[in-house]
Design a protein around this ligand. Structure first.
Ligand code: C2E
Ligand code: MG
Ligand code: MG
Length: 409
């Protein structure tokens, strides 16, 4: 049983009277650390700071500027580690749909409360809850790195590329690899990109970072090619890389230097970053790269909010369905609906589709029934060091050859 006073609760509701009532109810239940925001933007600021980050959020669905659904999307982007209760005057069906959406984003949701909220129902939901202490602890243990440290890591070439295979769903053939950067820290071990990509973007270091990642990735592609393995090698590109034409020159020159065909070089841009940009420059750079036959991929599809028209305007070759809509899509109607919609939209626009986050044999079996082109995920392989890639590939191809992969479907 947790101790109520230590739990930080945040109420988000545009109705300030509601905020007062809920605060009072929670105080009566013994929760002393309750804060309230009457809009999503202020709430996100509190969530962004370690000292004000709540363990539990009570969220109103209907709010004028940022509504509850949009708010949830931002929680996902910020990797919010806590739990959620939805509060709304909407009918049961609406609340159920919203609940499914929250689950699809893999945020623990304790339940929903109808307005007017009854103290008994509130206490019932909250008392069932055990706060994710371990997770919170891990989160706070995560070290924050500063820009000078990252800068010297880049110049000391402490960043190493890992490669995660992409395979054809129908045949199991290995068709490519996505480059995922890690920081081999001299004292902290392997640091994941979630802990430093944002810092690089915010401190003008992302060009140097991407340059190093690309250099190493294309050199690796050349080594594979010399060993008779032709793979499409993908790297992740940040929107901040696409602000000057130097980026285009970098990609073109590296391809030429390493004797690689542009078709075998894939640039992944996340959907959310793409749709948030106002400027035409990044879109122009992408279009030019596409004209030179480099492959463009839209990453984490489903987590942004692009329209069909926006997608048609930028000639993407590939769409990657975000892992939150792939893993367990076979077991959940809402995930399945998102997955199907993304797949059919991509097909209509003539794009190839990669399902990300294929984590187990059930996910793989599901993909084999749906006509998805390519798959990537821990079921196939976790991201590998360059030297482990070829041995893995041997082993995988043997398994495919012996029918082990198809049989697991
Ligand atoms: P992403 O591009 O969507 O990459 C896929 C992420 O999903 C990787 O996390 C990968 O390890 C993880 N993943 C793969 N299969 C599974 C699975 O079956 N289950 C689960 N739960 N996860 C799986 P990682 O390596 O931590 O990278 C996170 C994100 O960091 C990437 O997401 C990408 O957006 C960004 N990133 C990585 N390298 C770079 C880079 O060089 N430049 C930029 N700008 N961003 C990068
Ligand atoms: Mg990616
Ligand atoms: Mg992704």
């Amino acid at each position: 049983m947790h101790s109520a006073p230590e739990i930080k609760i945040l109420l988000v509701d545009d109705d300030t009277f509601m905020l007062k009532i809920l605060t009072k109810m929670l105080n009566n239940l013994g929760y002393a650390s309750v804060s309230a925001c009457d809009n999503g933007t202020d709430a996100l600021t509190r969530i962004g700071q370690a000292d004000t980050r709540p363990d539990l959020i009570l969220l109103d669905l209907n709010m004028p500027n940022m509504d509850g659904i949009e708010f949830v999307r931002y929680l996902v982007e910020r990797h919010f580690p806590g739990s959620l209760i939805l509060v709304s005057g909407e009918d049961e069906r609406m609340l159920k749909t919203a609940e499914k959406l929250v689950h699809a984003h893999q945020i623990p949701m304790l339940g929903y409360l109808h307005k007017p909220v009854s103290p008994d129902k509130l206490s019932e939901i909250i008392n069932k809850w055990t706060p994710p202490e371990k997770q919170l602890q891990q989160e706070s243990e995560k070290k924050a790195y500063n820009a000078p440290a990252l800068k010297s890591a880049i110049s000391n070439r402490e960043l190493v590329n890992f490669y995660q295979p992409k395979v054809a769903v129908a045949t199991g053939k290995v068709i490519g690899a996505e480059t995922l950067v890690r920081w081999q820290h001299p004292t902290d071990g392997l640091v994941m990109p979630g802990q430093f990509i944002g810092i690089a973007e915010q401190n003008g270091l992302i060009n140097d970072l991407t340059c190093l990642v690309l250099e190493q990735a294309l050199l690796q592609a050349r080594i594979w090619q010399e060993n008779g393995i032709v793979l499409r090698v993908a790297t992740n590109v940040s929107m901040d890389n696409l602000t000057s034409l130097d980026f285009q020159d970098l990609v073109v020159n590296l391809a030429i230097e390493n004797g690689l065909s542009p078709q075998n070089i894939v640039l992944e841009v996340t959907e959310s970053q793409l749709m948030d940009t106002d400027s035409r420059v990044p879109l122009e750079i992408l279009t030019r790269l596409r004209l030179k036959r480099f492959h463009l991929s839209i990453d984490d599809f489903g987590t942004g909010h692009s329209s069909m028209a926006q997608l048609r305007d930028i000639p993407f070759d590939e769409l990657k369905i975000d892992q939150s809509f792939v893993h367990r899509a076979w077991a959940d109607e809402t995930l399945r609906a998102m997955y199907d919609a993304s797949l059919s939209m991509a097909k209509q626009l003539g794009m190839e589709v990669v399902a990300e986050g294929v984590a187990d044999a059930d996910d793989w079996a599901f993909l084999r029934r749906t006509g998805c082109d390519f798959a990537q995920g821990n079921f196939i392989s976790t991201p590998l060091k360059a030297e482990d890639f070829e041995p893995w590939m041997q082993d995988w191809e043997n398994r495919v050859h012996n029918g082990l992969i198809a049989n697991s479907a």
